[in-house]
Write a protein that binds this ligand. Sequence first.
Ligand SMILES: Cc1cc2nc3c(=O)[nH]c(=O)nc-3n(C[C@H](O)[C@H](O)[C@H](O)COP(=O)(O)OP(=O)(O)OC[C@H]3O[C@@H](n4cnc5c(N)ncnc54)[C@H](O)[C@@H]3O)c2cc1C
Length: 347
Amino acid sequence: MNEQLELFDVTIIGGGPGGLYTTFYSGMRDLKTKLIEAQDQLGGRMLSYPEKIIWDVGGVTPIRCEKLTEQLIQQAKTFDPTIILGQQITEYERQADGTLILTAASGERHHTRTVIMAIGYGIKKLAKLEIEGADRYEVTNLYYTVQELEKFRGKRVLISGGGDSAVDWANELESIAASVTVVHRRDSFGGHERNVSKMKQSSVNVMTPYQVLGLHSSNGESIEQVTIAHVDTAEESMKLEVDAVIVNHGMKSDFGPIRDWGIDMGVWNANVGERMATNIPGIFGAGDFVSYGSKVGLIAGTFTDGVLALNSAKLYMDPEAPEMAYVSSHNERFKEKNRELGVLEEE
Ligand SMILES: Cc1cc2nc3c(=O)[nH]c(=O)nc-3n(C[C@H](O)[C@H](O)[C@H](O)COP(=O)(O)OP(=O)(O)OC[C@H]3O[C@@H](n4cnc5c(N)ncnc54)[C@H](O)[C@@H]3O)c2cc1C
């Protein structure tokens, strides 16, 4: 079965800035490279702030995050790596010859000599309402996003949460719904101050610091009442009549089964030495996923980690190899590419 799988030198898990730059550098070192990303898009956490301007990447003047992401993706593709999207790696298995098979949650398998984990803080998922059985209402009147405002026309809507989206939805629904109640566990709200003031001055019923404790239904199909309670004094609980519940509890990060691989790690990071090696032979780490004495938690820091991890992977496969790649300005790998760019170089 394994024989049918193509063997790669390096498989990089995670397509954020760390994984993308490592993919490029792996090409510079002439390694057969695969990049696997769980989402359907490359970019990692940078996808969560596309409009922000980034100032702190060396040599790059202020740039919109989505533009930098686009450039990182383009750079990662320089040496035509294999890029797989939409696969969350969950398992690894060592073969008799020391190589590794990685398996995705969806069942696909990948054969590799080494692995570089550039998985940040894991997979981002919508934080769900933590009430047993709540998922059964997701097909009727429990929502985690608002796609169509009209759906809520004339309804009594309860919004749980206090992030940017909760505030925006409350303001948008105020003139459409029969009533809007926002229940939030803190007194402060996310989002623009102007939007928060607008919500507070409108007919939206703002309940803080309150939380949703129970969902009630007489037919077992849709929510008819919601129990909310004061965060500090649960006695002040009350039942509200509703037609729809919208939840905006943000995103939650999770490593999934990778936590059981036996990697020496804390809550959010793997402990690595200065060569980015984890405690598992052949598995290295880079970017936000790793922790070491002088770790720099910036995009620029992920690049250095990636270079170190990749050089370590190369040495792991070939202990005689040079410790790092020859600089790009004098590297043979770029001769042809420079010619393609129309750059004439002295021989
Ligand atoms: C709002 C915000 C603003 C920021 N601004 C700046 C800034 O101005 N300058 C700066 O330098 N830094 C900034 N940062 C920090 C920077 O974005 C991070 O340091 C950087 O994204 C970390 O990159 P990474 O590649 O290590 O991880 P990530 O970007 O988190 O990427 C990890 C990737 O791995 C994937 N993944 C996880 N688990 C698996 C799995 N099991 N299988 C397959 N794929 C998996 C994830 O889906 C994700 O795409 C900001 C961060 C935030 C949140």
